[in-house]
Structure formats: C-alpha cells, structure tokens
Write a protein that binds this ligand. Structure first.
Ligand SMILES: NC(=O)c1ccc[n+]([C@@H]2O[C@H](COP(=O)([O-])OP(=O)(O)OC[C@H]3O[C@@H](n4cnc5c(N)ncnc54)[C@H](O)[C@@H]3O)[C@@H](O)[C@H]2O)c1
Ligand SMILES: [Zn+2]
Ligand SMILES: [Zn+2]
Length: 383
C-alpha cells in the first residue's frame, strides 16, 4: 500500500541532548513539501563527525540544536516525491547528500569548487528550506543533522541533495559514498591532485584516511606513509596501499621531523584525516618546501591550527576539502559505478554491521578505535 502523502511512523535513533547516548524512538516523518524527496533509508555508515557532534557539541564543535537525528552517510530508496520534483520517482536508489549540488548557483557553475550554497544556513541549523524539519517525536520537532538524518528509517531531503545511483548497487556498501570514503578519496585526487611517483603521508587511518591512501595509490604515488597512534590500523592501511606505517607514539621527536628524515626532505603531499589542529600543523610541516601540498580533511570548527609563515613562504600550499571536492549530484553516481566495476574499494572499510538499536555500540567502537566503519542496517529489528 502506498504511503505517499501520509505521515509515516517509523523508528529513529534520537539524540535528545549532547553527550548522552541515542535513544531509539517512534518518530513521525511528514510527507515531502515542494522540491523535496522522502527516502526510505536502508543502510547508513557511522562517521566520526556524527560522534563528534553528539559528544563534542560546544567543545571543538559549534553547538547545534537538539533533539536531533544524526547520520549523514546513508543510502536508500525514494518512497515519494513532493510537488515540482521531476528528476526522481518512487523506487529510485539514492544517496541523500549533506552537500547539495543545485546546478544553478555561482559555485555550482564554477569548475573550481563543490561548495554549493543552496539551503546552507538551514542545513547547518538542522532544518529544510522552509525553516522546519520533517521529523517529529512525541509532538516535538526533531532537527535533521546536516539536513540528512540517516539514523531514521525514513527522512526527507531537498531534491538538490539527492544522488541517484544505479539500481544494482548494494545500498549497504554504497552508503559509504555519502561521506567518509568520498571525502578521503577526493582529498587525494581532487584537492591534493596527488601525482604519479610522488611521496605521500596520510595522517589518521580511519575511513577518511584509508580512502585517502586508496586515492594516493590510484594516482600512482610511489611511497604512501600511513600515520596513526593506533597501530591496529596499519594492517588495513597496507591493504589499501600504504607502503610504510608510522606510530608517532613510538618516537621521541615530533612526527614531522621523523617524516622529513625518512623522506630526505619532506613528502610531496600530506593529507590530514584526524581533525586535530596539532596534527594539521605536523602534516604541513612534514611536506617538502618548494612544492609540498598539505590537504586538511579532518574536521574541527572552533579550534585553530598553527601555521608558521616561513613554511608557506617557502612554497608550500595549505588547503582544505569538504566532501573531497566532489560535485555531489554529478560525481557520487560515478563513484558508485567505479565500485561496481571494482575500481574502488568499499567492502574493505566495513568492519561491523549492526541494527539501528545498536547505533550507540557503533559509536563506542568508533571512539575506541575498534572499527573502521560500522554500517547500520535500518530494517534489521534484532537488537
Ligand atoms: N572534510 C570533510 O568533508 C569530512 C567528511 C567526513 C569526515 N571528516 C572528518 O575527518 C576526520 C576523520 O574521520 P573518520 O570517520 O575517518 O574518523 P576515525 O575516528 O575513524 O579515524 C580517525 C583516526 O585518526 C587517528 N588519530 C587520532 N589522533 C591521532 C594523532 N594524533 N595522530 C595520528 N592519528 C591520530 C585515530 O586513531 C583514528 O584511526 C574527522 O575529523 C571527521 O570529522 C571530514
Ligand atoms: Zn549550487
Ligand atoms: Zn561524515
């Protein structure tokens, strides 16, 4: 029976307040308004940024409104569309996007950036274009994290925040393209523009960092040094193409000094995938002068990194990347295609598959360094 036009009652993991575990609740999801799409979420990855917003809201992260449904690395099927939606119809397989591509704004029209500004302020405030959320619980509005909220069995997003992917793509794998893997892979390929035969250093070997390692390998880098304070990550990093792995805690000197010495002057490309300002400084300082490029992919909003002027003056480049520089609506279907053609790894990132009721367990696994990516299976009702 069609649910189009009706309020849908379903389960979601609700963050009632910062610093407290998520609670599985019955929520109500309203029908899509004009230019919106309602999606049945099938699977979602759990990204470090979800954890960070819950546990560091107001501490390194700006304070966001609560209650909130987190999750921004999902994949699902279109359940229904609102008035004026022409590009999607019920049954389409899609990835909801935290970064839209409206195709019309100045930034969408520029080949220089993927930073579409459509609905930006609303998305950051956890609401859709009309200033409200489509999710409620016990009569109260529940905000939508980055305008997505994939920790809910259904969600509603703007039609400019949806990537349609091929119908044979497995949703429990391609969900990872919704954030972490695309970000790291694009940090190397789009932002860093890593070159053949170059030497690279990737700081942080979670999903974002491993995807950056994969990007460096695809670009033909000859040496890829993985850096992490958790040596359990090294085996996987080698599988993705790391040639050496270094644990900063095993050295009495600063890691940048170790890397400069290891490489006889510094790396060509350094990719920061931790989200720690001191690591960002170390990444910049590990690059060679004259042409070294440092890309910051790790996320922190209220903290500052230290940049010695001399490092920049001597020819290094420091840049950041949001969602790996991909133009989301156009490029995510292409990455799903590359996965289906076995040009891009996804399965190897997934260490755990859990039901919605265990989303807090996924957070614990992430925070304790025991997982790379946990994928939440939204319709598995075991607990
Ligand atoms: N730029 C973007 O668009 C974007 C998108 C997704 C995620 N992110 C950010 O990227 C970062 C990584 O995300 P993730 O999901 O891979 O996280 P993760 O927690 O899975 O991985 C982070 C890794 O960094 C390692 N680490 C911690 N401190 C370190 C240090 N001092 N030196 C070296 N390694 C250290 C950890 O052991 C862990 O392996 C986070 O800051 C996240 O918020 C940014
Ligand atoms: Zn745009
Ligand atoms: Zn993310």
């Amino acid at each position: 029976m069609s649910t189009a036009g009706q309020v849908i009652k379903c389960k979601a993991a609700v963050a009632w307040e910062p610093g407290k575990p998520l609670v599985i609740e019955d929520v109500e999801v309203s029908p899509p308004k004009p230019h919106e799409v309602r999606i049945k979420v099938v699977a979602t990855g759990v990204c470090h940024t979800d954890w960070e917003y819950l546990y560091k809201s107001g501490k390194g992260m700006k304070f966001r409104p609560f209650p909130l449904v987190l999750g921004h690395e999902g994949a699902g099927e279109v359940e229904s569309v609102g008035p004026g939606v022409s590009k999607f119809s019920a049954g389409d397989k899609v990835i909801p996007l935290f970064l839209p591509q409206c195709g019309e704004c100045e930034r969408c029209l520029s080949p220089k950036t993927n930073h579409c500004r459509k609905n930006w302020a609303n998305t950051q405030a956890g609401v859709l274009a009309d200033g409200t959320s489509r999710i409620s619980c016990r009569g109260q509005q529940v905000f939508q994290f980055l305008g997505v909220s994939s920790f809910s069995q259904y969600t509603v997003v703007p039609d400019t925040s949806v990537a349609k992917i091929r119908s044979d793509a497995p949703l429990d794998k391609v969900c990872l393209l919704g954030c972490g893997v695309s970000t790291g892979y694009g940090a190397a390929l789009n932002a860093g523009k890593v070159e053949k035969d170059s030497t690279c250093a990737v700081f942080g070997l979670g999903a974002v960092g491993l995807a950056a390692v994969m990007g460096c390998q695809v670009a033909g880098a000859k040496r890829i040094i993985g850096i992490d304070i958790n040596p359990d990550k090294f085996e996987k990093a080698k599988l993705f193409g790391a040639t050496d792995c270094v644990n900063p805690r095993e050295h009495s000197r600063d890691i940048q000094e170790v890397l400069v010495e290891m490489t006889g002057g510094g790396v060509d490309f350094a990719l920061e995938c931790v989200g720690n300002p001191d690591v960002m400084t170390a990444a910049l300082e590990s690059t060679t002068d004259a042409w070294g490029v440092c890309v910051v992919a790790g996320w922190t909003e209220t903290e500052a990194m230290k940049v010695a002027v001399e490092k920049i003056l001597m020819g290094r480049t420091l840049k950041g990347t949001y969602f790996g520089g991909w133009k989301s609506v156009r490029d995510i279907p292409m990455l799903a295609d590359d996965y289906m053609k076995k040009k891009l790894k996804l399965d190897e990132f997934i260490t755990h598959t859990l039901p919605l009721g265990q989303t807090n367990v996924a957070f614990d696994l992430l925070a304790s360094g025991k997982s790379i990516r946990s994928v939440i299976s939204l319709w598995d009702d075991s607990t």
